[in-house]
Each structure stands twice: as structure tokens, then as C-alpha cells.
Ligand binder design. Sequence first.
Ligand code: LLP
Length: 463
Amino acid sequence: MSRSAHPAGPRHADVLPEGHYQAPPSDLNHLDQRVWSRTVTRNADGAVEVGGLDVRALAEEFGTPAYFLDEADFRSRCRAWRAAFGNDADVFYAGKAFLSRAVVRWLTEEGLNLDVCSGTELAVALDAGMPAERIALHGNNKSTAEIERAVTAGVGRIVLDSFQEIVRVAAIAQEHGVRQRVQIRVTVGVEAHTHEFIATAHEDQKFGLALADGMAAEAVHRVLKLESLELVGIHSHIGSQIFDMAGFEVAARRVVSLLGDVRDEHGVELPEIDLGGGLGIAYTSEDDPREPQDIAKALGEIVTRECEAAGLRVPRLSVEPGRAIVGPTAFTLYEVGTVKPLEGLRTYVSVDGGMSDNIRTALYDAEYTVALVSRTSEAPPMLSRVVGKHCESGDIVVKDAFLPSDLAPGDLLAVPATGAYCRAMASNYNHALRPPVVAVADGGARVIVRRETEDDLLRLDVG
Ligand code: LLP
């Protein structure tokens, strides 16, 4: 295995083709604690450790690519959110970010609730012992079977997303002799400053009932007339990977204003408000996320202020962070297969995964960082693009990064902050086998989602 430098490669930051990057960091071996899970460090050998375990040994035991999830970090983030919101509020972890039985058990133990958005997420949650009353079911087109499963399991709330669904859920609840607790999802009409595909509060999109055109008020009116539904609150989710609290504040103000209208028109004060998820995390050193206590304080104050102004009792607040809890807790470990320097451009570094284990770069232009983790290097930085092994040139994991110019096949790279929406959105493109998720805790590592096998794929292929 060669560890020699690539003299022909672009060597320094004076080679800056189009792209988004800062100057190369002064020390490529440094791990910025903002983007790495909390127990990640370098050991005396220069290799990176997570929870006291050397990535070289982890690669040996579990193979690459693989996601390594720091359980202590996950649990401490759960506790931070719980503590920040206190006993007068609920924290629903958004299972879509990453869900597995182990995660459900951790959430249950740490006192979080769970938001699911499909019957199968619900199945995982129930199977792993999350009490049904702590689960909320979301979705803009829940099937009859999904609604039936949720109603019969006794989920704590179903979040209604359309007029058709009001009728559907009411009928199913009635059939089963249940009075189902529901919230109505509204679109508050704010533009969240995030990628178009993950912004959800503007009116021109598929989710929710708009406040502006009176649909939300009409939905409240209809739900209140139905015996089998108990309307407990209003739900708003404005989008994802948001740093600016202004959007949440506008959302809170508009939702409280609807509560005031409902009180005036129907004489009922709805007891709950859910302001959704969407809090941003640090993917790179440039991102500066808010801490849960700041978020809780900002949201709590605005809801209290608006309710006092409207003469309303302050409703029970809930939030649904997914990314902010699981995102920072995991990294993806890859092995370098090829290194292709292009003079005057950049160096293409191919790893053994790609868009099948992280579609976010291709889909949202997401930015990630990457580090050489199997050793340190004092070689000068080279502008690099970390790409996968799939059959298209959009198969990019990290678009612009500086890596040491002595990078060679067999080196291990890790991409931090891949806990959210990477394994959850992984695919079998090119019949890739989806990587395992390995939980690291107390100096030990265990597989919580195993690597797919060729047999798994062949079993589905029944032709
Ligand atoms: N609540 C609701 C109703 C949601 O729709 C979502 C995310 C969340 C909570 C959690 O949002 P978070 O806190 O994780 O941002 N695949 C995209 C993200 C899609 C988010 C969809 N809904 C990505 O990779 O960025």
C-alpha cells in the first residue's frame, strides 16, 4: 500500500476552482468539536477514536462503509432537550432522521416521545416498546391501514393533514369505538431560510392546511363537530436545517393567533401547540447551531407572550427535533480506494460508499467535512472532492474539502454529522448493500442495524 505523496496533484489553496470552501485549515489533523460527536478524539498513535475505540479496529471488525453512532452523545442530547423544555413541554424525536429498535429504547428511557410518519416507523416504535400514547403519527397521505394501526395501538396523537384525512381518521376511530386525540397541521406562510426541498411552511406545497386562506380554521371547525375526534392542538413545522429563530417566532405567533380565533368562534381553548422540528446542526465549522436551552427559552417566551396578549391559557408546547438529536452523534467511515489528482482543478478521492449511504450532498447540495482518521499527516493540504463508487458523476459525498496530499488507497476517511437522514435515506443504487449502524458506548461497539447482504437483496428478487 503506497503512502507516497502525489506530486502532480493540486497542492495548495492557490488552486481554487469554483466551489465553496474556506482556506485550508492550518492543521488538517485537528477535529473541530462542533462537527464531531462528543467522544471523538485522536489517540497517541494519531488515529481517531470514538468512545475510546480506534477507528482502525472498528473498520477491521465491522467493515466499511459503516456509520458509527455515539450512544452517550445521543443520550446526552436527549437529556439536554428534555431538560431545556422541562415538564410543561414534550420533546418528540422525529424518527424519520434515523430510527431503529435501539434508538427507540434510548428515547423511551430518556423520557422523549416519538414522531413517526409511516406505519412501518410505527411498527418499529411499538416493537421496541415505546408506549403508544407517547407516539404521534404524521404524514400527508396516511393510508387507511396506517391510520387503523395507529388508532388501534392507541397512539397519543394523529396529526391531520387534509380535509379527506379528517373524515378518514374520524371514520376509523368511530369504527373502533375510540375518541382519537388529533392535532391539525397548519402552514403558517413563512419562508424558512433553507433548501427548497426541506422548507415546509410556505403555502405552495403539499403539507398542511394554510392559515392564510382560511383552510386551517375550516379544518378546526370540521374536526370539532366530529364525536370520534378530540382536537387537542395545532401543529406547525416550518422546515429543516434552520438556524434563524425568526421563522419559529412568526410561526408561534400565527398559531397562537389561530388559537385565539378558535376560542372566539367556538368557545374552546385548545390545550397544545407543536412547533415541529427543523433546528440546524453544524455540518461544517461555519455552522453555528443554537443550544436546546436557547431554543426552549425563545419558543417558550414567544408563546407565553402571545397567549398573554390574547388572554389565552398558555398551551402545552411540544417540539420535534430529529437532526438536532441524532445528526451530530454519528460519522460515516470509508476506505479510500483511488486518488486521482487533476492538475489545476482538484483531487478526486473515491471511497467505498457514496450517494447510496449519503444522498444529501447530491439532493440538497449539502455541505460536509471530512478527515483522514487512520493516521495523522503533516503533508500539505490538497483541494479534494470525496466521491463514491456509483455510476454517475453526481455521486459526491463531500464536494470541497482539504485533505493531506499524501492520501493513499487504504487510508480511512470519516465524514462527521451523518447521523440524520443518511442511513434513513440510504438506497440500494447499483445494488449497493446498505451499511450497518454500529453503536459505540462504554468502550464497546455493537451493531444496531446490520449491514445488508447479497442474500437480502437476492431474496427480494423473486423473478
Ligand atoms: N416534524 C415534522 C413534521 C417533520 O416533517 C420533520 C422533518 C421533523 C419534525 C424533523 O425535522 P428535523 O428536526 O430533523 O430537521 N431529508 C431532509 C430532511 C427532511 C425533513 C422532513 N421532515 C434532509 O436530509 O435534510
